[in-house]
Ligand binder design. Structure first.
Ligand SMILES: Cc1cc2nc3c(=O)[nH]c(=O)nc-3n(C[C@H](O)[C@H](O)[C@H](O)COP(=O)(O)O)c2cc1C
Length: 354
């Protein structure tokens, strides 16, 4: 065991205790408010310079994926920092990459509240946020100001009031605006909370969208003399035929990475639990097996031409190992982080060090 392996243990133990204590109070608040209070407090503590005292020092191995160097293979999944307000504070907790967004061309308020529900018995969350965000221009200003040394992904989507037939226009607006500031750009076509969005995952719609985005990426790369990789984020609710078709389209359009997966519409793992019948996408442990299965199927179809970022239900080091064994080169976490705090990041990074 190296000194780096042994040193963080005390701090990690501290973190479990501190977070469990704080969480007791946070979870008494309405769900969405508690997330905001947690992030605002995190940001305030970061600004005092004290956050480093509460976060473990993580020994990590940098990883090359999509031509980028990731300080470690564990990232924050999209949707927690929708506007890029908390990148520095979240980065300080140990994430090797932070994906901000989903952002849309224009600000929008999202669905009516309540729209976020915890299912603690199974470590799950159901959300129907509906891309609430302050718009792409605001997010770009936040990204410009960050000091974070890790990789920043910017996740883009379409406004609710843009017809699905014109979705490509919204993605192109966002792509052009974020290109100079992103390390990679994630194209979200898998949120279940924007009507029609998931139809972009199949058939001619997918081919059309990917070829237009690829064309624009190439033009921007030439214009700005900098290549920013494009990743596509997919749902776990795909049939085998849809996975095969999508893999063909990703390869044909030279997409740089696949992010698998978003939340699920399935409810079999949570049937009978409070909130189980709420509309929206289910995340956390109930989506874990589905997401891992989708990663494994894509891995078979992609012939190592498109790297996979695995996300869905990671709540332990063993879950990280499972995602990597299924074919993921990088992993992301959202719901597990809400339930466990920064401890899970440290454990996950250790698991990816091999
Ligand atoms: C409250 C909430 C909001 C989310 N918002 C987004 C989003 O805006 N864009 C996106 O691509 N994914 C979004 N996601 C999906 C997560 O990024 C992730 O793909 C999914 O939750 C599975 O990972 P997990 O089980 O670790 O949470 C959201 C998830 C949650 C729980």
């Amino acid at each position: 065991m190296t000194p780096l392996d042994s040193a963080p243990i005390y701090k990690i133990t501290m973190d479990i205790t501190v977070y469990a204590f704080i969480r007791q109070f946070l979870f008494l608040l309405p769900t969405e408010i508690s997330h905001r209070v947690a992030l605002t407090s995190l940001s305030l503590v970061y600004k005092t310079g004290l956050l480093a005292l509460f976060t473990p020092t993580i020994a990590s191995q940098p990883k090359q994926v999509m031509g980028l160097t990731f300080p470690n293979a564990v990232g924050l999944a999209a949707g927690l920092d929708k506007n890029g307000d908390y990148i520095d504070a979240l980065g300080q907790l140990g994430f090797g990459f932070v994906e901000v967004g989903t952002v849309t061309p224009r600000a929008q308020s999202g669905n009516e509240k309540p729209r976020l529900f915890r299912l603690p018995a199974v470590g799950g969350i159901i959300n129907r946020m509906g891309f609430n965000n302050k718009g792409v221009d605001y997010l770009v200003e936040q990204v410009k100001q960050t000091n974070y040394q890790g990789v920043i992904g910017i996740n883009i989507g379409k406004n609710l009031d843009t017809a699905v037939e014109n979705a490509v226009d919204d993605y192109l607006i966002c792509l052009r605006k974020v290109y100079a500031y992103a390390d990679y750009i994630a194209v979200n076509i898998s949120s279940p909370n924007t009507p029609g969005l998931r139809s972009l995952q199949t058939g001619d719609e997918l081919g059309h969208l990917l070829s237009r985005l690829k064309q624009e990426q190439q033009r921007l790369a030439e214009e700005q003399q900098r290549y920013v990789p494009l990743a596509v984020k997919v749902a776990p609710d795909l049939s085998d035929a849809e996975i095969a078709d999508m893999a063909t389209a990703l390869k044909a359009n030279h997409i740089d990475a696949l992010i698998a997966t978003n939340t699920t519409l399935a409810r079999d793992k949570v049937a009978g639990l409070p909130h189980a019948t709420e509309q929206g996408g289910l995340s956390g442990e109930p989506v874990k097996a589905m997401s891992t299965a989708v990663i494994a199927k894509f891995k078979q179809q992609l012939n190592n031409q498109v790297p996979i970022i695995g996300v869905g239900g990671i709540a332990s080091a063993a879950d990280v190992t499972e995602k990597i064994e299924a074919g993921a080169e990088l992993v992301q976490i959202y719901t597990g982080f809400i339930y466990q705090g920064a401890t899970l990041i440290a454990q996950s990074v250790k698991a990816t060090n091999g």
